[in-house]
Design a protein around this ligand. Structure first.
Ligand code: BGC
Length: 748
């Protein structure tokens, strides 16, 4: 046994071995960074050291292999390296390491769009607590997430990473996401700030947006996330905004983000610095990611020439140091590399099940009772997409597919059919390997099943389930043909299966394993039920099986509108689905620049105001039970009001309901959408007959619109209609609230 002094010396030696930064800081007789001596450390830094701290690096040299990037250590001052990893559907690190037989898999959680479909910030926070703990245990300091750009158009290739077409839903879900991750002592970087709504020419595209649309739609969600979630960091985007790169936009990164919203954290660039590094720093970008020697040299030159003052440099370095002292690497957290993957898989499964949207359920087709013989169609039944591609991909140890999930839930699958798909899938994989090229990643080719075979299967089985898949990711937008629209083989499969099964009085269910909105209006009535799990993470297929069997009653609702036709979308003519690269560089509409001509008329704001029919409205989702909405009550407060409404489960099975509070403004102010989402709440699980009273608070500022001519947010006086909806077009109760005096909030 150690005597006390020996024990202390032992600890000291161990500490010095474990913490080279501390060791070198002490050996050099220098100061070591602490949260209470940042100014002193700043004084001790050379200009070169300061510049090296502001410019991070890509993965090589990171303490955790194969992450997105890291910040540089300055050992003589006890400044550790910090590690940044993607996001957003889980931690993105490489699953294997050279010289190690251990694996480093991460949990694939539901993608952003499914997360938002929960309309349940509490659930999201629970899920991201697990994600945060995984980041912590793998030595990650900041998760580059959540992605939260607005779904301006369904063809944006990264929409699945993002939440919604509505800024309030997007902002509230993002804030919950951030709170969950950061509760574990690791940071978030909310991204991509801002107006990064397409992947086509993503590094250079100029988003031309009116001030009002920017404020009310494209910045509002970030404003909510910053004020309610307090992220450690914000990531500026690649694109330009009204002619200027966002990473160099002082008004965006300093005036709005810091001065107006009170953001006190760190801003980093998305993965690539533009020219004029000093301009980015002066605009309010603290960290240039990943950066290289060129950026460090540019910064040094800017300081030497006076283009960047020492005072400004110090201010930025101060912010980086404030960030560093919060990180696990600074705290020397002894990460285990062994997160609780088993528990997290359960968390991911529950999060998916509570978020899946039931789009159609004719004659109570679902739930099935579990004993049925099932004919499972579609190549995606074997190749189920858990997450998207690009930086939003997560290296999971497995992704459950619908075949195994339905079997695990007790269904008897038509074995000939499952074998057929397994076999064809294996052949497709072989072909890819041989040609060393990935297939068209949007979807796998859908194999043909002859009508004759379907007739045989319809005799032998009780029900048909068709799984359709779509994949997308960073670097490319989706396309209209064979992506937004179903492919010809997919249509044929739906038509033939429906025709044959209906002839013999049997039902057809479709599962949409998709990463973005697809056309549904032309085929939805052919089938009996449609389940929408999006890309639901590694356990998502089990969650779908839970819904099919009725182990979980669906309670997700759409975070965006499903239009009848693509061209009904207000952004359709200004989104590059028919983009043409042949024009003169700098002038290619949709490529070099994208006019956001639709202004604030994004998603349901457009459809409800201009009375355009949709396939499925914003906020829509079915349940296996029914709910009654009681008479709402409104209580005026000091600043706005609190509305309460009692929801009762009037059906036969337990379930949860999302109530959406839309507000319609009186005339007299700016032209506004017919009504807009201002609050929402989800009941607990209600037993048949049980009630829950939901409470929703809306402030006067929440009711404001942005007036460009006065440069102020304005709430006009008058009577506001409060509409309590089960979706944007299913308003169950209405009441009113009077704003006695107009209010204005001028911007800086
Ligand atoms: C993406 C970001 C990502 C970063 C690091 C960029 O290309 O746009 O979302 O966080 O790479 O991987």
């Amino acid at each position: 046994m150690f005597t006390k002094p020996l024990f202390l010396i032992g600890i000291l030696i161990a500490t010095l071995q474990l913490c080279p930064q501390v060791a070198s800081a002490q050996q050099a007789g220098s100061i070591g960074l602490r949260s209470d001596n940042i100014d002193q450390v700043l004084k001790a830094m050379t200009t070169a050291e300061k510049c090296s701290l502001l410019v991070g690096d890509a993965a090589i040299g990171a303490a955790v292999p194969n992450v997105a990037g890291y910040t540089h250590a300055i050992p003589r001052l006890g400044i550790p390296q910090t590690v940044l990893s993607d996001g957003p559907a889980g931690v993105r690190i490489s699953p294997t390491r050279q010289g190690s037989s251990q694996t480093f898999y991460c949990t694939g959680f539901p993608v952003g769009t499914l997360t938002a479909s929960s309309w349940d910030p509490t659930l999201v926070e629970e899920m991201t607590r697990a994600m945060g703990s995984e980041a912590l245990e793998y030595g990650v300091d900041v998760l580059l997430a959540p992605g939260m750009n607005i779904h301006r158009n369904p063809l944006c290739g990264r929409n699945f990473e993002y939440f919604s077409e509505d800024p309030l839903l997007s902002g509230r879900i993002a804030a919950a996401y951030v709170r969950g991750v950061q509760s574990q002592g690791v940071g978030c970087s909310v991204k991509h700030f801002a107006a990064n709504n397409q992947e086509t020419n993503r590094l250079e595209n100029d988003a031309r947006v009116s001030e009002r649309a920017l404020r009310e739609i494209y910045l509002k969600n970030f404003e909510i996330a910053v004020k309610e979630g307090h992220p450690w960091t914000v990531m500026s985007s690649y694109n330009k905004l009204n002619g200027e790169y966002t990473q160099q936009n002082h008004r965006l990164l300093t005036t709005i983000l810091r001065n107006e919203w009170g953001f006190g954290g760190l801003v980093m660039t998305d993965w690539g610095c533009k020219d004029s590094t000093a301009k980015a720093v002066k605009a309010g970008n603290d960290l240039l990611m990943p950066g290289n020697q060129r950026e460090r040299d540019r910064l040094l030159a800017a300081v030497e020439s006076g283009a960047l003052t020492q005072a400004h440099l110090d201010q930025v370095v101060h912010r980086v140091l404030e960030y560093i002292v919060k990180t696990p690497h600074y705290r020397k957290y002894p990460y285990s590399n062994r997160p609780d993957l088993q528990t997290h898989a359960q968390v991911a499964r529950r999060a998916a099940a509570e978020s899946i949207v039931l789009l159609r359920n004719e004659k109570e087709t679902l739930p099935l009772n579990g004993g049925e013989n099932v004919a499972l169609y579609g190549i995606s039944s074997v190749d189920f997409f858990g997450v998207g591609t690009g930086s939003g991909f997560v290296h999971t140890s497995h992704v459950a597919n619908m075949q195994e999930a339905l079997e695990a839930t007790g269904f008897k699958l038509d074995q000939d059919l499952t074998n057929y798909y397994r076999h064809l899938y294996a052949l497709q994989l072989d072909k890819e390997r041989m040609e060393a090229s990935a297939i068209d990643k949007r979807h796998r080719p859908e194999p043909e099943v002859t009508v004759k075979a379907i007739e045989r299967q319809a005799q032998a089985n009780d029900v048909a389930i068709i799984v359709l898949g779509r994949i997308a990711g960073e670097g490319a937008d989706r396309v209209f043909h064979d992506d937004f629209q179903l492919t010809a083989p997919e249509r044929e499969l739906i038509q033939n299966v429906s025709m044959v099964y209906h002839k013999v009085g049997k039902r057809v269910v479709v599962v949409l394993n998709i990463v973005g909105v697809v056309e549904t209006a032309s085929w939805k009535e052919l089938v009996d039920a449609i389940i929408l799990p999006w890309a639901p993470g590694q356990e998502g297929a089990h969650a779908v099986a839970d819904i099919i069997k009725g182990n979980v009653n669906p309670s997700g609702k759409l975070p965006m509108t499903f239009p009848v036709n693509y061209m009904d979308l207000p952004s359709a003519t200004n989104f590059p689905y028919r983009w043409d690269m042949s024009g003169k560089k700098g002038e290619r509409r949709g490529v070099d620049f994208t006019p956001y001509e639709e202004g604030i008329w994004v998603g349901y704001r457009h459809f409800i105001t201009h009375d355009i029919a949709v396939s499925y409205p914003f906020g829509y989702g079915l349940s296996y039970t029914t709910f009654d909405y009681g008479q709402p009550k409104v209580k005026a407060g000091q600043d706005g009001f609190t509305a309460t409404i009692t929801v009762t489960n009037t059906g036969n099975v337990p379930g949860r309901e999302v109530v959406q509070l839309y507000v319609s403004a009186p005339a007299g102010g700016l032209e506004k959408p017919h009504y807009e989402l201002k609050a929402f709440a989800k009941t607990k699980t209600l037993m048949p007959g049980e009630s829950d009273t939901l409470s929703m608070t809306v402030t006067a500022y929440d009711l404001a619109s942005f007036n460009e001519s006065t440069a102020a947010w304005e709430t006009v006086a008058g009577t506001y209609a409060l509409l309590f909806g089960a979706s944007a077009t299913d308003i169950r109760r209405t009441t009113h609230y009077k704003v006695k005096k107009a209010k204005a909030w001028p911007i800086i």
